[in-house]
Design a protein around this ligand. Structure first.
Ligand SMILES: [Zn+2]
Length: 241
């Protein structure tokens, strides 16, 4: 049975990294919205034509177009083992469409993980982000207790604070994310396959918690399905006697 995962979380929560790691370890297809958009436009897929037009005009890609692109990708053979989505769904309409796609694939449950990090920690992470003034490479965030790096690891250039990363801008970005995501969390929150992970822990602990909740959620669904099929068999027998 395939394992299908949606990874949610604010900027700075490390969900992209975790999504990539989890997908690699379980041989699942990792799909991030940015990558899949670029890929399908480059491949000249008909579904991507409208996305390209919108992006060329500097506009956001609409729900229907985004859904068509994701659907096309998830129906390909290399997605049959399962997938980890990063950056999709973003709206309730997209989430409803994803439910349909998963039902159509009829292969494994959909587990939704929300990686949460308190705002003050996100602000610390994002506003502390340094970038090389010379080559533009992002500097690694120092781990707790370590001092921040002083020069670019790649070219030795001077590290400066990213201009779009000052505290006020970061707080505003987080607010926008919060507002946009609330309906999506409400859409998923009552499902037995919706799980919250504490993203403020050390990366190793986040990994462990993520693996545990995803496996547990998948197991819950497997048990429910087994129970349902036992009921169906029993009902069938009862009907025959
Ligand atoms: Zn550099």
């Amino acid at each position: 049975m395939a394992l299908n995962v949606v990874m949610m979380g604010p900027p700075g929560a490390g969900k992209g990294t975790q999504a990539g790691r989890f997908a690699r370890e379980r041989s699942l297809l990792k799909i991030s919205t940015g990558d899949i958009l670029r890929e399908s436009i480059k491949a000249g897929l008909p579904v991507a034509q409208r996305a390209k037009e919108l992006m060329d005009r500097g506009e956001l890609v609409d729900d229907d177009t985004m859904i068509a692109i994701v659907r096309e990708r998830l129906m390909r053979p290399d997605a049959q083992r399962g997938f980890v989505l990063d950056g999709f769904p973003r709206t309730v309409a997209q989430a409803e469409a994803l439910d349909c796609i998963v039902a159509e694939r009829n292969n494994g449950p959909l587990v939704v993980v929300d990686v949460r990090v308190p705002e003050r920690e996100l602000v610390r992470r994002l506003a502390g982000r340094l970038i090389c003034a010379k080559c533009g490479t992002n500097a690694e965030l120092p781990k707790a207790g370590d001092t921040a790096p002083v020069a670019c690891a790649k070219c030795g250039g001077e590290l400066v604070q990213r201009t779009d990363d000052n505290e006020e801008v970061v707080r505003e970005r987080l607010k926008v994310y919060e507002r946009a995501t609330k309906p999506l969390v409400d859409f998923y929150r009552d499902r037995p396959t919706f799980r919250v992970v504490n993203g403020a822990q050390a990366p190793g602990k986040v990994e462990h918690e993520l693996d545990t909740v995803i496996d547990d959620a998948a197991l819950v669904v497997a048990r429910q399905e087994a129970a349902a099929s036992v009921k169906a068999v029993t009902a069938g027998k009862a009907a025959r006697t």
